[in-house]
Structures are given as structure tokens and as C-alpha cells.
Design a protein around this ligand. Structure first.
Ligand code: IVH
Length: 724
């Protein structure tokens, strides 16, 4: 297809492609910032005129490309109906990136290239919601729903009113503010009144429009649910399992974890999506006066609305949709935990108003959890790459909500005992869509006396080495660093995507190489010969060349990848990135003291200890030497001294006492650390600030005596904001 051509079939209200004089004016204003002289009324010389012409052309093409890309994004991500191939789309993006690289002054935050994420921020800013984001009351039965409806009709003094029914998606509520046609702020719900500013992260969500047509109100706020589709959730967890990272319990946690990343390039890698479900507020333009029409209106502005949304004239009709959804929701590409029923007329909504934190005009009618009963045949154990013994239940296969379940994760021994799950127990299993099935608990009334209480073995089921349970940890671990299961898992981790990304060396080949005794640790990969590989079954000449080439290519991976690939306990991709920013080589990291590690933002004692312990181990040091000898780069491309950054709270030590309203304690401590401060648990002479929440303890008197600065919660938040 001809990529120059403007797309056909644009909706009448689609303004991205049109010449828009106000938009053009504001672009000129933007340019003036970058070219104060050349845009001035007096053009100094012909050269200047020529330069402007070129820039003008580039600018035009850049704008055209942005229009095209936004349009095709919309077709692909919102309408789910692409008009061009991925390759053609990539070509448009490539051209735009190239032009922007040559003319960085033309880059604006609204360019589709900026969806890839920006450099990490130190902490999120706080956004005040002009209109609070309320939550919803729940009902679990038709009787409760009918009772709500009765109260509502009484309030309105009417017999009936129109309702809108929408799936209640299990994701994360966000508020998107658009100003003069562009996405200006994206925020979390927070406590309903103040949320976190996650604009950078939300910009990476492809189905969130970065700009809206000129017909849109000059200022408005749209609300919706950001979520991770079932398929994306499954893929993400599979990848995390491979990397030895803790799995997300459900798509909601995964979405929240993805959206609240300090580094938006991580968010950009997660396949997040959105459905909008309300217009928060709008200024400067009249908007429709029913919820249903508002949704259509938002759709016409480029927002994604849920196609399952339906209008119901009566509460009985709503119930009948609910019954249909109980069947059809298995096939939805996202996780929904109920139906939201809303009054359609905005005036009725206003008349009914809200009580405390919940509107009276809407209610969440929850779906029952999908459960089934089966038996635990046995409890098996996998040994992970860090030596953790991961128990899982082997179940008699059972159908739960459309899927056959034959295994369930059991986390750890304490968890098994807490739930009192025994081998041969009848158990209730629960599944929420793609979530890993879990055992709710045993059916004690069905016990026969033959059930056996499970105990973690004292020896590793793979290598027979002693098993320990480190203090303060939930997991049992195999103590043998040379445990074959650990060794094999570590090799698999080393070659995996986020790590050294050695194409062609997958799990099967790792196993074959390991079983053949050719690769005992990751460094052995770099000493493989063509003959050895050809000796393996089913490896043809060509694949051997490919494997050897990708192993060779992996020698020059960035420092963060090699740090991650080493498989240090608790050091996932994100921490590896942080370490690579603060150390210039693996050797420098290996020599880092615990103190130095603790001085880095967001590194606590658990991770610092683990890093130090890793490099103390002889076996690990040997592998690093072997990697070095093989020519694997163990430092930054251009090694240079990187000093830890001076951050706004560097040198200050905070202690928190009492209960805070806005944050949990770990959240508050994370904020302090992100700004370079320390968070202590006891008041000492070093304590510079004491943050006092509700019902403070004895720390207050002690801090006053020692002369620490005392902050209430509001003052603390203010301090964080000032320093962001
Ligand atoms: S309406 C005042 N509609 O549910 C109206 N909420 O428990 C409040 N949610 O925070 C929101 N899908 O995150 C609404 N179609 C939908 C929804 C929805 C999911 C979430 C939302 C809200 C929570 C309330």
C-alpha cells in the first residue's frame, strides 16, 4: 500500500488528519520555543529562509505521520480492525522515529513514538481529583439488587428508570484529563480524592488516545479501567515464572503493578488496555445528558468503550443480562468480577446523589467465584533456580468454569498448614479466569481419616542435599548450589529473553546439553564446539551454526542484562537495571559493600544481603571468571565512573509512627527511599524527621527529646511533593 496516502473511511468526527488552525497555531508556539530567532518576524538571510522551508517540510511530514499512526493505532487497538499490516505500521513508525531523531526539537509528548516510555521518575507526583472518584456498593444476589432498585425508585419518586449494565472489569481505575485536545494528566484513583500522577505510564497504553478531535470539550476528564487482558496476563506470568520472579496473583494486581512502575519503559512492555466507563467532568462544551449517549460520544472521540454494555428498561431486564453474562464471560478477553448497573439519566444520578463514598445511582452486582470440588492426589515439589522448594497440589482433574484443572500452586509449607490442606483431602478449588487456580480450603466433612499432613522434606527431592528455611523467609531452600535442578534452572534463566536472550537455545536444548554433560553452568555455553553440538540428537548443521552465532552475539549484552542473567536471588530485571545504572561493571558490583548497596534508592537489606552473599560464593566467582575468559562483556559499553546521584532527601533519616491514611508504611518508606532518604524503624540520634500518623506510640516523645523534626501526614506529603 502507498503509505503516503491518507487513510480512507475516517469517521466524520475524526480530526487527527485535518488541518486544524488552532492546533497549527499551538504547534507554531511550540516551535518558537526551539527556534526563537528563526520564527521571529524578521528573517535574517536567505539561508534562514531555506532552513525554515526544510524544517517546514519535515514538520509537515512528521505531523502527517503522527496522524496516520494515531489513526492506525485507533483501528488496531480501539476498533480491533486494522487496515494495514504490522510491517507497514512499523515502517511508518520507523520513518517518524528517524525524522524525530534528526529533529529532536519536533518531538512532543503527544507523539506516538513517546509511547515507548520515558526515563524512570523518582516518585509519582500527587494529583488532586477535581471531582472525587467514588467506589461502588456491592450486591451478591438478585434480592439485594432488587432492594437497591426499590430504594432508588423511591428516591426518584418514579416507578422505573432506564439502566445501563456494564461489565465490572477487574483492573485499575484511572482518570484521564484532556486539555486543548491532548492528554494532559493520567492519574490513579488513590483514595478517591488524591491519586498518583502516572501520565508517562498511561501514555504507553496504546488504546488511550494521546489526542482527541477538535470537537471534544477544551477540558474534560474521562474515567476508565486499565486492565491486562487474560492472554497478556498469562504470558506475563509465564515469563515471570521463567525468570524466577514471583507471579502476579490475578490480572488486577498485574495491571496495578504494571501501571505503577517508576520506569515507564517497563509499563510499555506490558500489553495493557483500557475501557472507559464515565465522563468525570467537562468544561466549555455541552455533553449528552444520558450515560448511554455519553459513552457513544466518548467512543466518537476515539475512546474504547466496552461492546458488552447494554441498556435495560427494568431491573428484571438487567437480571436477565446478568444471567447471560454468567455464561458468556468465560469468552471475554478480560477478567470481570460483576456487572455495574447505573441509572442512565444524568439528572437522575444527580438527584440520587451519593452516600459517603458510594453513589446511590449505581451498584456492582458481583459474579459468584468459579469454584469446584476435587481431591488432592499428592503434593509435588519443583526446585527453582534459587533453590526454593515450590510445592504444588496434584489434583484429580476437575472442570471449573470452563477449564480443566489438574494442578494448583501451594506457595509454601506455612500456607498449606494455615489452610490445613492434607494429601487426599477433598478440596474446594477456585479459578478466576486465567488466574492460577488456588485451593480455597479442605472440605473437612468429607475426611475419611486417611488424609496425610504434608511436611516439607528435610532433603532436596532432586539432589538429596539438606533443606533449610532461612529465618524470616516463607520458602524452604535446597542448600546445594550445585543441585542439578537449580543448575539447570539457572542455565534456562541465563539464556532467556529478558536475560542474555540467546536465540535458538531454549528450554529443550538446555536440558539436552545439561543431560549430555556438555553444559554444567551458564559459562559452559561459551565453550561449546560445533562437533559437540552436532553430536546431539536432532541438531542439523544449519541450526548448529545458528546456535553458535547467537551465543557469540550474546557476548556483548548491556550490563543490566548480564547482572539479571547471573540469577542473583531477589534481583529481577528492574533491580538489575537499577544496579547497572549505579555500577560500571560486574566486578564493581561484586566488590560493593552492603552499605554502598543500601545507599541506593529502593534497595533494602534483603536484596543487599543477597547480592553480597552471591559474590561471596566461590562457585559464582568461578562462573564469572569463565565468562570473562570466554570474552563475555562484564562492564558497560563505555565504562565510566558513575557516582550515586545526590537526591533531595539524601542524608536524611525518617521514622514513621502511628497509622498513615494516604499510604501504607512500606509505601511511605518506598517514597522516602526513592528520594534518597533513609527509613528507619527506631528513633535514634540519626533520625532527622519523625512522621506522625494516627495513634502514635512512644516514639514521639523520644524524637522530641532528641530534637528530630516532627511532621504530621499532610506536612510529610507536602515535603514529598516539594522534592519530586
Ligand atoms: S463506575 C461512581 N463502571 O469498580 C461510579 N466502575 O468498585 C464508579 N470498575 O473504582 C465507577 N468497571 O475501578 C464503573 N464499568 C465500570 C467499571 C467500574 C470496573 C471499577 C472501578 C471502580 C470500582 C468501584
Amino acid at each position: 500500500m502507498n503509505l503516503q496516502r491518507k487513510p480512507l473511511g475516517l469517521p466524520a468526527n475524526f480530526a487527527w488528519q485535518r488541518k486544524d488552525s488552532t492546533r497549527a497555531k499551538s504547534r507554531v508556539a511550540e516551535l518558537c520555543v526551539f527556534f526563537p530567532i528563526s520564527i521571529s518576524p524578521v528573517l535574517h538571510c536567505e539561508w534562514e529562509v531555506e532552513r525554515l522551508k526544510v524544517i517546514g517540510k519535515v514538520k509537515q511530514r512528521v505531523e502527517d505521520l503522527r496522524g496516520l499512526i494515531d489513526y492506525h493505532n485507533y483501528r488496531y487497538y480501539v476498533l480491533d480492525s486494522p487496515e494495514i499490516s504490522d510491517a507497514e505500521y512499523d515502517e511508518l513508525m520507523r520513518e517518524l522515529r528517524q525524522l524525530e531523531a534528526g529533529h529532536p526539537e519536533l518531538i512532543t509528548p503527544h507523539s506516538p513514538t513517546q509511547r515507548v516510555g520515558a526515563p524512570p521518575v523518582e516518585a509519582f507526583g500527587v494529583v488532586e481529583h477535581p471531582e472525587p472518584l467514588l467506589s461502588l456498593a456491592n450486591t451478591f444476589s438478585y434480592e439485594e439488587l432488587a432492594a437497591w432498585h426499590k430504594r432508588a425508585t423511591a428516591l426518584l419518586a418514579r416507578r422505573s428508570f432506564d439502566l445501563v449494565c456494564e461489565p465490572k472489569i477487574d483492573g485499575l481505575a484511572v482518570a484521564l484529563t484532556y486539555v486543548d485536545g491532548f492528554l494532559a494528566i493520567g492519574a490513579t484513583r488513590g483514595d478517591g480524592y488524591r491519586g498518583e500522577n502516572i501520565t508517562q505510564n498511561l501514555r504507553t497504553v496504546r488504546s488511550i488516545p494521546l489526542s482527541v478531535p477538535k470537537e471534544a470539550p477544551p477540558r474534560f476528564e474521562v474515567r476508565g479501567e486499565v486492565y491486562l487482558p487474560k492472554a497478556g496476563f498469562k504470558k506475563l506470568n509465564e515469563q515471570r515464572a521463567k525468570e524466577g520472579l514471583p507471579l502476579f496473583a490475578n490480572p488486577r494486581n498485574a495491571a496495578a503493578g504494571s501501571v505503577r512502575q517508576l520506569d515507564s519503559s517497563i509499563t510499555a512492555k506490558r500489553p495493557l488496555d483500557i475501557y472507559v466507563y464515565a465522563l468525570g467532568w467537562a468544561e466549555g462544551k455541552a455533553v449528552p445528558d444520558t450515560h448511554w449517549e455519553i459513552m457513544q460520544y466518548l467512543e466518537s472521540l476515539g475512546f474504547k468503550i466496552n461492546p458488552s454494555m447494554v441498556l435495560a428498561r427494568t431491573i428484571e431486564e438487567a437480571e436477565s443480562h446478568y444471567q447471560d453474562w454468567l455464561e458468556s464471560r468465560e469468552g471475554w478477553p478480560y477478567e470481570a468480577d460483576g456487572m455495574v448497573v447505573k441509572a442512565n439519566e444524568i439528572t437522575f444520578q444527580q438527584e440520587m446523589g451519593s452516600a459517603a463514598h458510594e453513589p446511590r445511582w449505581a451498584i456492582a452486582y458481583k459474579f459468584p467465584a468459579v469454584q469446584g470440588t476435587t481431591r488432592v492426589i499428592d503434593i509435588g515439589i519443583n526446585v527453582g533456580r534459587t533453590g526454593s522448594l515450590n510445592p504444588y497440589a496434584i489434583l484429580e482433574p476437575v472442570r471449573v468454569g470452563g477449564a480443566i484443572i489438574s494442578q494448583a500452586a501451594l506457595h509454601n509449607e506455612d500456607d498449606i498448614h494455615r489452610k490445613d490442606i492434607r494429601i487426599r483431602d477433598s478440596v474446594v478449588v477456585q479459578r478466576a479466569g486465567e488466574v492460577i487456580p488456588e485451593i480455597v480450603g479442605p472440605v473437612v466433612s468429607l475426611r475419611t481419616g486417611e488424609e496425610k499432613i504434608f511436611h516439607m522434606p528435610s532433603r532436596c527431592p532432586v539432589c538429596g542435599a539438606r533443606v533449610i528455611k532461612p529465618e524470616g523467609e516463607a520458602m524452604h531452600r535446597c542448600t546445594n548450589a550445585a543441585c542439578p535442578s537449580q543448575a539447570l534452572e539457572r542455565i534456562k534463566h541465563f539464556v532467556s529473553r529478558g536475560a542474555m536472550d540467546i536465540d535458538g537455545v531454549g528450554e529443550k536444548l538446555c536440558l539436552a546439553l545439561f543431560n549430555a554433560g556438555l553444559v554444567r553452568d551458564a559459562a559452559d555455553l561459551y565453550y561449546l564446539t560445533r562437533e559437540q553440538l552436532l553430536g546431539l540428537e536432532r541438531l542439523a548443521d544449519k541450526s548448529v551454526s545458528n546456535v553458535l552465532n547467537s551465543i557469540e552475539r550474546s557476548k556483548n549484552r548491556p550490563l543490566a542484562r548480564i547482572i539479571f542473567a547471573l540469577g542473583i536471588l531477589h534481583v529481577g530485571q528492574e533491580y538489575a537495571e537499577l544496579l547497572a545504572q549505579n555500577f560500571s561493571s560486574v566486578d564493581e558490583l561484586a566488590q560493593a559493600s552492603q552499605e554502598r548497596l543500601l545507599s541506593l534508592p529502593s534497595i533494602g537489606p534483603r536484596i543487599a544481603d543477597s547480592i553480597v552473599a552471591f559474590f561471596e560464593q566461590e562457585g559464582n566467582r568461578r562462573i564469572i571468571e569463565k565468562l570473562r575468559r570466554a570474552g563475555v562483556r562484564l562492564e558497560k559499553a563505555e565504562a565510566k565512573e558513575v557516582k550515586p546521584k545526590e537526591l533531595p532527601l539524601t542524608g536524611l533519616e525518617f521514622v514513621i509512627t502511628g497509622k498513615l491514611e494516604t499510604f501504607t508504611r512500606p509505601e511511605a518508606e518506598a517514597r522516602i527511599k526513592a528520594l534518597g532518604g533513609k527509613a528507619g524503624s527506631d528513633v535514634t540520634k540519626k533520625t532527622s524527621h519523625l512522621v506522625v500518623g494516627a495513634e502514635p506510640g512512644s516514639k514521639l516523645a523520644k524524637a522530641q527529646k532528641l530534637g528530630a523534626k516532627i511532621l504530621n501526614e499532610a506536612e510529610f506529603i507536602q515535603l514529598l511533593e516539594e522534592k519530586v
